[in-house]
Design a protein around this ligand. Structure first.
Ligand code: AGP
Length: 370
């Protein structure tokens, strides 16, 4: 069994460590080294169709939905088409406005999630083109979709999704660059710049994984608490949601993810002496605002751990209790790095509490009931 886990104690830890490879595999064959552009030779979407898209719906559940939040925000920035984010179990019951110029992107690691499959069918019944981002090429969702981008992260066994999430983010970035090129919303030099940054991610994740011990120590501390908060703005908020889900799912510690600016509209009342708050602060344009939200919780006694990149460590140290530094990349790629310490945090907290990391209570790897 340990051999199956590649020498790791759990599948989850193995899969966290497989992320550098998963990033590389998801990019493999999709970057033209001569033109520095993204290529998707097998997509059925024509350039004419891509130019005609007027709105995008992203439909998924759980962690795949969180990857959609990151990926959809990136696509919206790169191609300037409105994107809406839909929890699959809600999507088809709210009579969504789906037109032939709506691209529906369904995201699913397993490709078998019943709600996501039902969303796909609803979209197709209304004439939309459905593109699936999935890790299982022979799955129901892959079979039924009009187009498939395989994430190629390799089998994911642990119930808590890790490498599937990050490879979905890579796939979304590739798709965004591909469509931006066709729609003419980015210069070739800008596309090449993002691609170069993406190609550095695997190595950057490796350097993050080498710092696991400091996250482990923090996780042991966290495991003694009953409640905690994750805060962030923009893409940091999307990553906060994923960090919170991961922690709840396997450590059973209650946590909430909040858009940092929204705390003062109610949730701040829950902040009391000693409560841990994990603040994601990787988005340059929003940093100052996030810091003022950090000060709000600090003033109410919270104990804050910030995740940021090296350049801001010294600055942030003045307002928080501790900082975990991640390598620097472009703001839109930050989630591919900032989520890694949160995955490790959930893992080590679960371990410290003696839970079954790979098979948390009440949950299944793939949810085939609606
Ligand atoms: C992730 O850690 C969860 N186990 C869960 O939210 C999962 O992402 C969700 O059920 C969707 O699964 P899918 O990607 O296989 O569709």
């Amino acid at each position: 069994v340990t051999a199956e886990k590649g020498g790791f104690d759990h599948f989850m830890l193995k899969e966290i460590h497989e992320q550098p490879k998963a990033y590389r595999d998801t990019m493999l064959g999709r970057i033209d080294e001569k033109t520095h552009k993204v290529v998707f030779p097998n997509l059925n979407m024509t350039p004419e169709y891509i130019r005609s898209i007027r709105q995008i719906h992203i439909v998924a559940c759980g962690t795949a939905y969180h990857a959609g939040l990151v990926g959809g925000s990136v696509i919206e920035q790169l191609i300037r088409v409105p994107v809406s984010f839909e929890v699959a179990s809600e999507y088809r019951y709210r009579n969504p406005i789906i037109t032939p110029d709506t691209l529906v992107i369904v995201v699913s690691q397993s490709g078998e999630t019943a709600d996501t499959l039902a969303g796909l069918r609803e979209a197709q019944a209304n004439g939309a083109h459905v593109l699936a981002i999935t890790n299982v090429v022979g799955s129901s969702i892959a079979r039924d979709a009009n187009d498939v981008i395989a994430t190629l992260a390799g089998p994911e066994i642990a119930v808590a999704s890790t490498k599937a999430y990050t490879s979905q983010i890579i796939a979304f970035n590739l798709l965004g660059l591909y469509m931006a090129d066709i729609r003419g919303t980015m210069e070739a030099s800008e596309i090449a710049h993002v691609i170069a940054a993406m190609q550095s991610l695997p190595e950057q994740v490796e350097s993050l994984l080498a710092q696991s011990e400091s996250i482990k120590a923090y996780a042991e501390h966290i495991s003694k608490h009953e409640h905690l908060f994750f805060i962030g703005r923009g893409l940091d908020y999307a990553v906060a949601m994923e960090g919170s889900l991961k922690l709840k799912e396997i450590s059973y510690i209650h946590s909430e993810a909040y858009a940092a600016g929204e705390l003062k509209h109610g949730t701040l009342a829950l902040i009391e002496e000693g409560i841990p708050v994990i603040a994601l602060a990787t988005q340059d344009a929003l940093l100052e605002k996030t810091v003022s939200n950090i000060k709000e919780v600090k003033a109410r006694g919270a104990e804050v751990m910030a995740i940021t990149y090296e350049e801001h460590v010294a600055d942030l140290m003045r307002s928080v209790d501790q900082v975990f530094a991640i390598p620097k990349t472009l703001p839109l790629l930050m989630p591919a790095l900032s989520v890694v310490p949160l995955q490790l945090l959930a893992y080590y907290a679960s371990l410290a509490l003696g839970h079954d990391v790979d098979k948390p209570r009440n949950l299944a790897k793939s949810v085939t009931v609606e």
